[in-house]
Design a protein around this ligand. Sequence first.
Ligand code: 5GP
Ligand code: ZN
Length: 154
Amino acid sequence: MDCAHTTAVGDCIFCKIIAGDIPCARIYEDAHVLAFLDINPIAKGHTLVVLKGHYPTLLDVPSCVGEPLLRALRLVGKAVREETRAGGFNCIQNNFSPAGQMVFHSHWHIIPRFDNDGLPDWPGGRYADISEMQQLAASLLARIGGEPSGGTHE
Ligand code: 5GP
Ligand code: ZN
């Protein structure tokens, strides 16, 4: 796939921001990525790292943007952590509505985090038993097309 941008989609809010038709609080830009502050921040400094191509979800993102995307995530994560004096940060991406995706133009959230900042932790679930976990792993492995490695450390 061509690593150039896909065509902007007329009713996409992020395509309009990338085109400069809607203003944003820009903090980083290169040929592949635009990063700007989220208008409804989970914490001050919450930033969106947005691919310039209109790829609706991660499943549409071509591998050729992987390197520039990773570089931008590192640059933005470091800057946000230092500027907000956060101890850490989350790098989160939502795909499809059940995962909370509202804007169907791929983007990554960089969210500053502090000790005891009151933001909810992810609940830790459980499998019924080790065999349920192993069967699910085997099905996923087959779906992806890999070979069993002969066991895990679990
Ligand atoms: P999603 O739920 O799709 O992963 O995240 C979309 C994010 O985009 C939300 O956190 C929302 O606050 C942010 N957002 C939506 N519209 C705008 C906008 O016009 N400007 C900015 N800066 N952020 C926006
Ligand atoms: Zn778009």
